[in-house]
Design a protein around this ligand. Structure first.
Ligand SMILES: *Cc1c(COP(=O)(O)O)cnc(C)c1O
Length: 362
């Protein structure tokens, strides 16, 4: 019996009755774009994060991209990003027409090394996008201090960190704005694509509502050149069914992480480290090994599925050939050593123990 890395069928099974009711509700309403469900989900998710506004959009990439657009960031501007993130963080900057400026991570937390940020700030720098990678919140206080000093915006990439806390505050409420993804495999996943922006900024929220909907505030009246990227009404209804259980599902992830921590402490792997101020939500449980490929293969033979997040850092991708000659050795080293163990509310204690036994056996 293989232990699956992710099992979306099992994860969504407990909600199937609620999903059916949500579907019936939307169908009966006859309203499929920007209706009651999106409106209510936005209110509920804003409340969950502890912010004034939530704006539902088509996906996580658009969430990040639209905020940069709304801030007027584009041609000739620079935006600081981690060198070891999922490529969407960089793509948001590129689509806005700005230049991504990579900063290496702290290998202990996998998150952007805040102490290196100042050294890459230029006259063109407009914003920083810290990523709460793998569900672990970024050390935001010192970053906020740097942003204040240089008058920069901070946009959280919270696509992997719904419900994570930094010193008791939820991600999505830690900076000027945040982008979330509801891609099915995320901690709060829809049954298709979805995304959202959270912010306390009234002006920004209004601009984003316009930008996601053809630049229109009033039907057939277009004030800016906008986009069509809205959270789907049906997906909003599905997300509303799952949101009340996000905390308990994150709690289960924390339990599993604690079992891994305890039982893998004496093996030859580097385990993830959690700073005192962080309450991570373990989107992924990522270990490091110098013999990553061998380990992955042997685990596979023992029926344990693992994945690599991510095997090629953005600067070494073909899409970013202008960066290929640049050196980001920490991002490269992590890409060569990281391995994500099975993680998620679909796993039983027995399955977690089987993973542990397999690793200890190897
Ligand atoms: C998933 C993800 C995104 C993009 O979200 P989509 O909804 O897939 O567009 C952005 N940043 C990070 C860190 C992600 O993991």
């Amino acid at each position: 019996m293989t232990i699956p890395f992710l099992d979306l069928k099992k994860i969504n099974d407990p909600y199937s009755e609620a999903f059916k009711a949500a579907y019936e509700r939307v169908l009966a309403s006859g309203w499929f774009i920007l209706g009651k469900e999106v409106d209510l989900f936005e209110k509920e998710f804003a409340h969950f994060c502890g912010v004034k506004h939530c704006i539902g959009v088509g996906n996580g990439l658009d969430a990040l991209f639209l905020v940069l657009k709304a801030w007027g960031i584009g041609d000739g501007d620079e935006v600081i990003v981690p060198s070891n993130t999922y490529i969407a963080t960089w793509l948001a900057v590129s689509h806005a027409g700005a230049l991504p400026v990579p900063v290496e991570p702290d290998p202990n937390t996998f998150n952007i090394n805040v102490s290196l940020v100042k050294s890459v700030i230029t006259k063109k720098t407009r914003a920083i996008i810290p990523v709460h990678l793998y569900g672990q919140p970024v050390d935001i206080d010192p970053l906020t201090a740097v942003a204040k000093e240089y008058n920069l915006k901070i946009l959280e990439d919270a696509a992997q960190a719904h419900g994570a806390c930094y010193k008791g505050s939820f991600t999505g409420s830690l900076a000027h704005a945040a982008g979330f993804s509801f891609y099915p495999g995320k901690n709060l996943g829809a049954l298709g694509d979805g995304g959202a922006i959270t912010t306390n900024d009234d002006d920004l929220a209004q601009k984003l509502r316009q930008l996601r909907n053809y630049g229109s505030r009033k039907k057939y009246q277009n004030d800016v050149i906008g986009f069509n990227t809205r959270l789907d009404e049906m997906q909003a209804a599905f997300l509303r069914a799952k949101l009340p259980f996000l905390q308990s599902s994150n709690l289960r992830r924390q339990e599993i992480a604690a079992i891994y921590d305890l039982n893998l402490s004496s093996c030859d792997l580097i385990l993830p480290k959690v700073p005192l101020w962080a309450d991570p939500v373990w989107h992924l449980y990522v270990v490091r090994s110098k013999q990553r490929e061998k380990l992955k293969l042997r685990l596979e033979k023992l029926g344990v599925e693992t994945l690599i997040h991510y095997p090629i850092p953005p600067h070494l991708q073909k899409a970013y050939s202008q960066f290929n000659q640049h050196s980001f050795p920490i991002a490269k080293e992590l890409a060569d050593e990281v391995l994500s163990l099975p993680m998620g509310p679909h796993l039983t204690d027995d399955q977690v123990m089987t993973v542990i036994e397999a690793i200890n056996q190897i």
